[in-house]
Design a protein around this ligand. Structure first.
Ligand SMILES: Cc1cc2nc3c(=O)[nH]c(=O)nc-3n(C[C@H](O)[C@H](O)[C@H](O)COP(=O)(O)O)c2cc1C
Length: 153
């Protein structure tokens, strides 16, 4: 079994729905050997990263940056996982009211430092809420889990 960790900040109904969609995608019936764990950044820590084979990160953009919760998760985990998890497949979605670029830049810079591997470009769900965001989040979860399942990453 491969282990997928989803670490998502979910302060609103919409962001909870996005996290649920990522999980639904990752649990698609065609995916056989991937076990999923979902945690908020407050709950997750370095032991979760050390135990996973792939990670999906989800955050809101707040004040031009990732959520403080996700930043705290990185602060608590960075040096504890740096040596062991280089190459970890990762993906990111950002829920942003109107921008998202500051968050993307900041997370990219941390991921570069950690030497994790992007499985797809960061997904920014920007602007007024759209139901289509749910499909995009679901697809992201499916892409990550299918890749792990097939041994692609
Ligand atoms: C304090 C605060 C700061 C925010 N700052 C930004 C920001 O800098 N850029 C942005 O695109 N959206 C910003 N937003 C909007 C949030 O990203 C958005 O409300 C959040 O993702 C939840 O989305 P939802 O309304 O679809 O649940 C901010 C929201 C709050 C509450």
């Amino acid at each position: 079994m491969k282990r997928l960790l989803i670490v998502a900040h979910t302060p609103s109904v919409n962001t909870q729905a996005l996290c649920g969609a990522v999980l639904r995608g990752a649990k698609h019936e065609d995916i056989e050997a991937v076990e999923c764990t979902v945690k908020t950044p407050f709950e997750a820590g370095p032991a979760d990263i050390l135990a996973c084979d792939g990670i999906v990160l989800g955050t809101t953009e707040n004040l031009g940056y990732m959520s403080g919760a996700l930043k705290d998760f990185f602060d608590r985990s960075y040096y504890r996982v740096l040596a062991e998890k280089q190459g970890l497949p990762c993906a990111l979605y950002i829920r942003a009211g109107h921008d998202g670029t500051g968050t993307q830049r900041a997370v990219e810079s941390i991921i570069t430092g950690l030497r994790w591997r992007w499985v797809q470009a960061p997904l920014t769900l920007r602007g007024e809420w759209q139901e289509a965001f749910i499909d995009q989040a679901e697809e992201l979860g499916m892409t990550m889990a299918a890749g792990l399942d097939n041994g692609l990453f």
